[in-house]
Design a protein around this ligand. Structure first.
Ligand code: ZN
Length: 186
């Protein structure tokens, strides 16, 4: 699975087309929300952290496309309070959440069972792409401890790889978003 760098850049891809839909004074909040949503499925580390085993619940229920759809419905209900388009923001939030699951499926994951429970709760089967784009990002190695594992050279190269793959995508989304806006203006 990719590092938080890869998911954060996916969040930036979500922010770029959405930023025109909010006033300038709210754009920083939107940027932070976009990055948080793109990383949100990995909140499943938190209960594991309390138990001293980071991976105890990782890549299970929160890494499901069904949960992504439910999250989209939740956001659609939430944004009505601010007179925003419920359907547009609901689809946006579901897509951004689902981007995390797709990226994880494209990441190396040698430990069985590989991949994510993309159809939980309908199925507990793990799914992974036959094509691997991203390196494995390790959060915990019993020999090294959590902090030294996260700061390991292997993770550094993984983050660099995520950056090299995702940055052109951010640029493309920005170009498309600008071209689309100019067409709308004309
Ligand atoms: Zn994940």
């Amino acid at each position: 699975m990719p590092s938080p760098v890869g998911h954060t850049l996916a969040g930036l891809c979500g922010f770029i087309p959405a930023r025109q839909r909010v006033p300038k004074r709210h754009q920083l909040k939107l940027l932070l929300a976009s990055v948080a949503i793109a990383n949100l499925p990995d909140a499943d580390f938190l209960p594991g952290l309390l138990l001293g085993n980071l991976g105890a619940f990782h890549r299970h229920g929160t890494h499901s496309l069904i949960v992504a759809a439910v999250f989209g419905i939740f956001v659609a209900l939430l944004v009505g309070r601010w007179q925003l388009n419920r359907i547009w923001w609901g689809i946006w939030a579901a897509e951004l959440y689902a981007s995390h699951i797709v990226l994880d499926m494209l990441g190396a994951d040698p430990g069985a069972p590989s991949g994510v429970q993309a159809l939980w709760p309908l199925s507990q089967q793990n799914y992974i792409s036959p094509i691997t784009l991203f390196a494995q990002f390790d959060y915990s190695d019993s020999g090294l401890g959590m902090v030294r594992t996260i700061l390991s050279p292997q993770n550094f190269w993984g983050m660099l790889r995520d950056f090299i793959i995702m940055t052109p995508l951010v640029g493309l989304v920005w170009l498309f978003s600008r071209a689309f806006r100019e067409r709308r203006v004309r």
